[in-house]
Write a protein that binds this ligand. Structure first.
Ligand code: 2HA
Ligand code: ZN
Length: 269
């Protein structure tokens, strides 16, 4: 392999950054993405990794992630620039033996730090790794406009928000059967919002940050990006319906029961 950016997980990561930007979810430096690398990913990237940079505080404790490697976007970096110059805008970090520090082992070659939301990303990864037996690897934060708009209008309550978005397209409950959790408005970038979000990640794969954006978790880049895309599409339809004067008809309540039965899913309603 002549370039680290040719590795599959790298190409997929960069693809999400590019597509999220194209869809308008990443104005300026908005949004961030992280991926928990598999042992095979680490082995395939090993020749490009360097041990020796200073260990820095994560800002929270994630003992369940000790010695894990993550590919993450850089703080203040623009998603738009990730495909243009990956080595300046993203990095690979290793978590130390105690789960309290990280070390940059590749990337951010012009300087910088991992995303300002690193505490939330890592706390979400820790929960999801534990709950899914290691299957979940991707945490994605974006600023999709319709979803943010709805946080000014819908009740900031898990059940009501979930039901409204389930109703906006027949297959939505199949894509996010556990529903959506809501974090009320909070200051971003720190441990408090990380704790509030990771609590919701015990129950949900989607957490709304009121008047800010959305966090999604999933096993693959496709699943996680697809989840963000589905929730934002639901929000877009909701905005259109409300703008047209509101619903004249909708999916019947017993329709959800039938859907759950036929698709063999459990709806957390
Ligand atoms: O600017 O989205 O929440 C990056 C962010 C912080
Ligand atoms: Zn944000």
């Amino acid at each position: 392999m002549s370039q680290i950016t040719e590795l599959k997980f790298m190409r997929e990561f960069i693809g999400v950054c590019a597509e999220g930007y194209r869809l308008g979810w990443h104005e300026r430096n908005g949004g961030n993405l992280s991926y928990r690398m598999s042992d095979e990913d680490v082995a395939s990237a090993k020749e490009f990794l360097q041990d020796g940079a200073p260990w820095q505080d994560i800002g929270t404790e994630v003992p369940g992630l000790k010695n894990e490697y993550f590919l993450v976007t850089g703080s203040g970096k623009h998603m738009r620039n990730v495909p243009l110059c990956p080595e300046e805008n993203i990095c690979i970090v290793k978590v130390d033996e105690t789960g309290t520090k990280f070390q940059i082992q590749w990337g951010l070659v012009a300087g910088g730090r991992p995303t300002s939301e690193l505490p939330t990303h890592l706390m979400n990864h820790e929960i999801k790794k534990q709950l899914t037996g290691g299957a979940y690897r991707v945490i994605y934060h974006a600023h999709p406009g319709n979803l943010i708009a709805l946080t000014f209008v819908l009740p900031l309550e898990d059940k009501a928000f979930t039901h409204e978005l389930w109703e906006m397209a027949t297959e939505n409950p199949v894509v996010f059967p556990q529903g959506i959790g809501i974090v009320p408005w909070m200051v971003p970038g720190g441990r408090d919002i990380a704790i509030a979000t990771s609590k919701l990640m015990h129950k949900y794969d989607v957490a709304v940050w009121a008047h800010h954006g959305l966090f999604c978790a999933g096993p693959t880049f496709d699943d996680t990006f697809g989840l963000m895309n589905t929730v934002e599409k639901a929000a877009e339809i909701c905005v259109k319906v409300k703008s047209m004067g509101g619903k004249c008809q909708t999916i019947p309540e017993k329709g959800f029961v039938q859907l759950a039965k036929d698709f063999n899913i459990e709806l957390n309603s």
